[in-house]
Design a protein around this ligand. Structure first.
Ligand code: NG6
Ligand code: CA
Length: 514
């Protein structure tokens, strides 16, 4: 059968909702007297396990901490990958990104990686009767085989895979084109000044970071030496589109303004919003009112802006009386990095703040700091406040979990890696997954199990990420096995003394890879 079977474990939380509907029907439920919760998925960029106050961070994050205090703080939850594009791909499709090549960090002009027809989390929510939106960073490619037509209709994109509304940074803040795309079009584009983008050669006559370093307000350290826009040299060359250029300082305000607009769009339906912040990715250029406000430099200021954004989102929900029945998830797409291509003194200004929370590795790495991320769930109406969950959890499971909760069938030939872990997500079950798979750069996989054993597949590669980020890859020619419960810092490779466990995990990983 191609459809997932409706064999549900009905958690006590969901019971009220599920039992008030007739079971086994994929259609929208109209009879429920408990209104479906709104769902707000706050997906941050490069926020490390130790970056948030309640996880031990030194930069104050009172609004994010409050979310955790009002709900569940997960201490063993993972993004699927140590970089952005694959984590986002897996989050939205319920399929590990490494199952097909070409899903690494996407160039700024990549075609849409999630093609129409693919099962997705927003599509599930849309079929469940939700009004769905994405606001913020996308980085999953846009357009057909030849990539996006920046001057025309940009399609396929979010609207073709389950979102009713989108307002996005097409790729990243450090990649051209530095313009927003709303639904199918670049915002504020003047057709007499068309956009041209190239990642191979210079186009147009805007200065570049290599040629005109004196024009920079932010110095680049590695990569990021192409077209200068807003004083910042980017990855890639861009001409035209002057009226559409963003001001990096306004990202957070812009996304909140669009969120306000999104919440006004459909009053009859609950909403599902992927609020995908640019904070705290490079370049770290928060609004002027946050600059210099923390003791941790621009990286700390970006965290302050992120926390402020979360507070503003809470205010918006409160204004609309939605704070009780909105399920909020807060997490990150991959682990932390300090110098990711701009000289912003992130490392020098850390003080006691440890974004890595003493874990080994970081963004890009097979070690824990690459994928172990903050993960917070709050839903005042149904989830008891003040919980901590040590359950093993992976972002890959959101699709099947929400399908379960909303009683929506999904195509079981797709989303093959997503498991229903609704009861873990909502704090009923503290055991969680049996194992999860993580991906580092260059497709290196690791698997870790509920007992805390982690196996990293052998890889002949450099010990440090081969560009200037100063992070260990975690690559060795020998297999690695760590017992994270005893050795969370992955110091002692116990593969040689535990060949049986290596064998079990390796076999498991091979069978998942099929
Ligand atoms: C890397 C960039 C880095 C960042 C990353 C993507 C260089 C040298 N480095 O290629 O700055 O943009 O891609 O980050 O160009 S992510 O969080 O979107 O995966
Ligand atoms: Ca990222």
């Amino acid at each position: 059968s191609t459809l997932m079977k409706n064999t549900f474990y009905i958690s006590s939380i969901a019971a009220g909702i599920l039992m008030s509907c007739s079971p086994q029907t994929p259609q929208e439920k109209k009879s429920s007297n408990i209104p479906k919760p709104n769902v707000l998925l706050i997906y941050t960029d490069d926020v490390g396990y130790g970056d948030i106050g309640i996880y031990g961070g030194e930069v104050p994050t009172p609004h994010i901490d409050a979310l955790a205090q009002n709900g569940i703080q997960f201490t063993n939850a993972y993004a699927t990958s140590a970089t952005c594009t694959p984590s986002r791909f897996s989050l939205l499709t319920g399929e590990y990104s490494w199952r097909q090549p070409g899903r690494g960090v996407a160039p700024g002009d990549a075609p849409a990686l999630i093609r129409p027809g693919k099962e997705t989390l927003p599509a599930v929510m849309q079929r469940a009767g939700y009004h769905t939106g994405v606001i913020g960073k996308w980085h999953l490619g846009l357009g057909g085989e030849n990539g996006p037509d920046w001057n025309g209709k940009i399609s396929p994109g979010p609207l073709e895979i389950g979102f009713n509304y989108s307002f996005i940074i097409p790729a990243t803040g450090d990649r051209v084109p530095t313009v927003f795309v709303e639904n199918h079009h670049v915002v504020n584009l003047d057709s007499s000044d068309p956009i041209e983008v190239s990642f191979r050669e210079k186009v147009g006559d805007r200065p570049t970071g290599t040629e005109n370093p004196e024009k920079l307000t932010h110095q680049w350290s590695h990569g990021h030496n192409h077209t200068i826009i807003n004083g910042i040299s980017r990855i890639g060359y861009m001409s035209g589109g002057e009226s559409a250029l963003w001001r990096d300082e306004d990202f957070a305000d812009t996304f909140l303004k669009q969120t306000k607009k999104f919440l006004e769009q459909e009053k009859e339906k609950p909403f599902f919003l992927l609020f995908s912040t640019h904070d705290i990715h490079v370049p770290r250029v928060p609004h002027e009112r946050f600059q210099g406000t923390t003791d941790q430099g621009p990286r700390g200021d970006a965290i302050a802006q992120l926390d402020w954004s979360v507070g503003q989102l809470m205010n918006l929900l409160e204004e609309k009386g939605l704070e009780e029945n909105t399920l909020i998830i807060f997490s990150s797409d991959n682990g932390p990095v300090l110098d990711d291509g701009y000289e912003d003194n992130a490392a020098e200004q850390l003080g006691l703040h440890d974004p890595f929370s003493n874990l080994r590795g970081g963004k890009y790495s097979a070690f824990e700091a690459g994928t172990k991320v903050p993960f917070i769930v709050s839903w005042p109406k149904e989830i008891k406040a003040g919980q901590t969950s040590t359950a093993l959890f992976s972002q890959i499971d959101l699709l099947a979990s929400f399908a379960h909760f909303t009683k929506t069938d999904f195509n079981g030939n797709q989303a093959i890696d997503s498991q229903n872990n609704w009861s873990t997500l909502t704090g009923q079950d503290k055991n969680g997954r049996q194992w999860v798979v993580q991906e580092a750069i260059q497709g290196v996989l690791s698997i870790l199990d509920a007992k805390g054993y982690k196996y990293i597949a052998p890889k002949d590669g450099s010990k440090l990420v081969p560009w200037g980020v100063n992070i260990e890859t975690g690559f060795t020619l020998e297999p690695q096995l760590y017992h994270l419960k005893k050795d969370p810092q992955e110091i002692k490779n116990i593969a040689e003394t535990h060949p049986d466990i290596v064998n079990i995990l390796k076999t498991r990983l091979d069978s998942i890879k099929r």
